[in-house]
Design a protein around this ligand. Structure first.
Ligand code: FAD
Length: 386
């Protein structure tokens, strides 16, 4: 079958478009024929990304709002978090999609196809990869970067699968109610009966804030429960009674230590399909940026595309330990996060959540939580009983 493209990017979401943005920013890829295949029309603000970084990244021009101060609330510890040198940043989905699509429009080597992908396979001689569309068309490329999860994640015995599910309301108040210079990172003072549950509040002006009800649990809630929780929180904790809902978002992110493939021959997995959602937090945006930047460097230098670093392996182990503690209900998530933020500098915690902390910081974090419970869980992770 004739090869038409050097690269196919399967799925134009966060990972696919992050990779594309990095390709068009780099002259190495100017001669490469790139095809982006996406089934959806990406013209809605379907999600809001938050992440932290110390330096401006490639998406700095579309940062919608950022905060240098974050608050944390729980029944065990509440306080203001010192996140310096990080800034906590927000990007709106619609701005992201338009930014990358507008930038790519100037590049003749980039083509777009609005189509539903049925499957992606390596050719039998492993010389290239083939993307089969629902209409029967097959398109061939040297490499396919796939961000599509074609089947539910398989979870084996001794692995854990939580869902981070959340509903957010962007509300507008009649009177000024918010301080847009600070955000609430986590507020655990809400009911914990379903499992680890918190609110976060992201004010973008004195009258507007995104408020999200977030849970890390194995089961989803009834639809009405999310709305009720948001309504009660706005009323009881924020003491706001006069507001309108401008926008709503709902999301589910897998939080699992089940391994997802990073590469199979000429198919390279990116985004959530490539295991880029951190299992203990659900944050994926920063991991997607690191992964796509790493792919660009590897393609340019001829290095392996999917090597796993020591810090990533270490992070995976810590995530597995936390998931085990939550699954076995040895401790509640609110107590764990409160203990960490009470005892460890918040910037160090953010570095830890990025899988970039030193062993010294890791030890301080381990020391901040009930050691016996975590040590037992760590031993079970290191020596799984069959
Ligand atoms: C509402 C929401 C809010 C989030 N907020 C944050 C946050 O604040 N911070 C953070 O770090 N992470 C966040 N995440 C997690 C993560 O960053 C996002 O899910 C992110 O979009 C994942 O990127 P992705 O490329 O893996 O998947 P997606 O962005 O979902 O991209 C996959 C693309 O593939 C397309 N597609 C799917 N199937 C097919 C098919 N068969 N054929 C063709 N195209 C197909 C989809 O339409 C989609 O465009 C959030 C997730 C959600 C859902």
């Amino acid at each position: 079958m004739e090869k038409k493209y050097d690269y196919i990017i399967a799925g134009a979401g966060c990972a696919g478009l992050s990779l594309l943005m990095r390709m068009i920013n780099d002259p190495f890829f100017i001669e490469k024929k790139i095809l982006v295949i996406e089934s959806a029309v990406k013209n809605t603000n379907d999600r809001t990304w938050c992440f932290w970084e110390t330096e401006p990244g490639i998406f700095e021009p579309i940062v919608h709002h950022q905060w240098k101060q974050l608050d944390f609330f729980s029944n065990y510890f509440s306080g203001s978090l010192d996140i310096h040198p990080y800034a906590y940043k927000m990007i709106q989905g619609i701005d992201f999609y338009q930014f990358v699509m507008n930038a790519a429009a100037a590049y003749k080597n980039v083509s777009w196809l609005h189509a539903q992908i049925k499957s992606i396979n390596n050719s039998s001689d492993l010389a290239n990869a083939q993307v089969a569309l629902e209409d029967g068309t097959v398109i061939v490329a040297d490499k396919v970067f796939n961000s599509i999860l074609f089947a539910p994640i398989k979870v084996a015995q001794h692995q854990f699968y939580f869902q981070q599910h959340f509903k957010g309301w962007l509300i507008e108040t009649t009177k000024p109610c918010f301080d847009a210079s600070k955000a609430t990172f986590m507020d655990f003072r809400v009911g914990q009966e379903h499992g680890t549950t918190f609110m976060y509040v992201l004010p973008v002006s004195a009258n507007k804030a995104l408020i999200e009800y977030t849970l890390f649990t194995e089961q989803l809630l009834e639809k009405s429960a999310y709305d009720l929780a948001l309504k009660n929180y706005i009323n009881d904790f924020l003491k706001i009674h006069d507001y309108r809902i401008v926008h709503e978002e709902f999301g589910i992110i897998p939080m699992t230590n089940a391994p997802l493939p990073r590469q199979e021959g000429n198919i390279i997995y990116i985004g959530i399909a490539g295991g880029q959602a951190k299992a203990s937090s659900g944050y994926a945006f920063k991991f997607i940026q690191k992964r796509t930047a790493g792919i660009i460097e590897s393609l340019k230098n001829g290095n392996p595309l999917s090597a796993i670093s020591f810090s990533a392996r270490k992070g995976h182990l810590y995530d597995s330990v936390l998931l085990r503690v939550l699954h076995e209900r040895k401790l509640n998530g609110d107590l764990i996060f409160a203990s960490i933020f009470k005892n460890v500098n918040a910037a160090d915690v953010l570095t830890f959540l990025d899988n970039e902390s030193s062993l010294f910081t890791d030890l301080r974090i381990m020391n901040s939580v009930p050691t016996g419970v975590f040590l037992t869980a760590a031993i079970k992770e290191l020596i799984p009983i069959k």
